[in-house]
Design a protein around this ligand. Structure first.
Ligand code: PEP
Ligand code: MN
Length: 281
C-alpha cells in the first residue's frame, strides 16, 4: 500500500474514531453494532425494528432506500419516501441511521436524513462518487468491492480522505470465490491486515458475507474476536418476508440474543459493549 498516504497506520496508537452522533462512535474501545433490514419497507417495520433493537442494545439502525439490485426488475427501494421514514426513526428513537448512497445526485437529500452514508460493494470504485463524498461532512461506511484486493479497498478509502473527509469506516462483507455454498467468503485475515495497515475503524458484515442466517452469529463472534471494531447485520421483524436478502436476515429476537452473546467475546479481547438498560419493575 505504498501510495496510501492518508490511511496508513504510522504507529500502533494511531486510531481514527468516527462519530455517528454525539454518543455513538466507531473505532474506540467499545464495539459498535449497526443492525436493521436490508431495505426500508414501511414506517411500521422500521418503528418495530428500532424499538426492539434499541433495547438490545444496538447503537445504530440500517436500512436501504436506494438499493443496488442485480436485476432491474427487482424492487429498487422506496427512495425519498423511505428516506422520510428513516428521518422519523432517527428523531423519534434517537438512533443514528445508516443508508446507502448510489449516486452523486442522492447526496444532498441523504445528508439531511442520515448519520452515515454507505458506499456499497458495487460502488467501491465509483471514483467520482468517492471524490464527492470526500467533500461532505458526514461519516462514510465504505464496503469492500465484490472482488477487490485489500490494496484497491484501501485506495478507495484514500480517495475519500484525500478529498477532505477523514470520517471513513471500512467494512469487510465477503469477497467472491469459487465456492457458492456461502454467498461470499468472509475474509477475516483481511480484517486483521486492515487493522494493522490502516488507522481507520474496520467493521464486518457477516450477513452479506454468508447469505445464510444460520451462519451469521458464529461469524459475528469470530469478527469481534479477531479485532473488528463493530458489525453491521441484517434483521427483520418477519425475516422470510424481507423484500430483499430474506435468506440472510435474522429475526429481531435472534439479533437481540446475538448482541447478548457477543459480550463475553468482546470482553475476552479487551473490548467493551454498551450494556442492556435494565428497566426497574
Ligand atoms: C446492503 O448492505 O444491503 C448491500 C447491498 O451490501 P453490499 O454492498 O455489501 O452488497
Ligand atoms: Mn442486503
Amino acid at each position: 500500500m505504498l501510495q496510501a498516504k492518508l490511511t496508513s497506520r504510522s504507529s500502533s496508537e494511531q486510531q481514527t474514531i468516527v462519530h455517528l452522533s454525539p454518543s455513538v462512535a466507531i473505532g474506540g474501545q467499545q464495539i459498535t453494532i449497526i443492525a436493521g433490514p436490508c431495505t426500508v419497507e414501511s414506517q411500521t417495520q422500521m418503528d418495530l425494528v428500532a424499538t426492539k433493537l434499541q433495547a438490545a442494545p444496538v447503537q445504530a439502525i440500517r436500512g436501504g432506500v436506494y438499493k443496488p439490485r442485480t436485476s432491474p426488475y427487482a424492487f429498487q427501494g422506496m427512495g425519498v419516501e423511505g428516506l422520510e421514514i428513516l428521518g422519523r426513526v432517527r428523531s423519534h428513537h434517537h438512533l443514528p441511521v445508516v443508508t446507502e448512497v448510489m449516486a452523486i445526485s442522492q447526496i444532498p437529500i441523504l445528508v439531511e436524513q442520515a448519520d452515515m452514508l454507505q458506499v456499497g460493494s458495487r460502488n467501491m470504485q465509483n471514483f467520482d462518487l468517492l471524490k464527492e463524498l470526500g467533500q461532505i461532512n458526514k461519516p462514510i461506511l465504505l464496503k469492500r468491492g465484490l472482488a477487490a484486493t485489500l490494496e484497491e479497498f484501501v485506495m478507495a478509502a484514500e480517495y475519500i480522505l484525500s478529498h477532505g473527509n477523514d470520517q471513513v469506516v471500512l467494512c469487510e462483507r465477503g469477497i467472491r470465490s469459487f465456492d457458492t455454498y456461502t454467498r461470499n467468503i468472509l475474509d477475516l485475515g483481511g480484517v486483521v491486515a486492515l487493522k494493522q495497515l490502516t488507522h481507520l475503524p474496520v467493521i464486518v458484515d457477516p450477513s452479506h458475507a454468508t447469505g445464510k442466517r444460520e451462519l451469521v452469529a458464529p461469524l459475528a463472534k469470530a469478527a469481534i474476536a479477531c479485532g473488528a471494531d463493530g458489525l453491521i447485520i441484517e434483521c427483520h421483524p418477519v425475516p422470510e418476508e424481507s423484500v430483499s436478502d430474506a435468506r440472510q436476515a435474522l429475526s429481531l429476537e435472534d439479533m437481540i440474543k446475538l448482541v447478548h452473546e457477543l459480550q463475553p467475546v468482546a470482553a475476552a479481547v479487551g473490548r467493551t459493549m454498551v450494556q442492556r438498560q435494565l428497566v426497574a419493575a
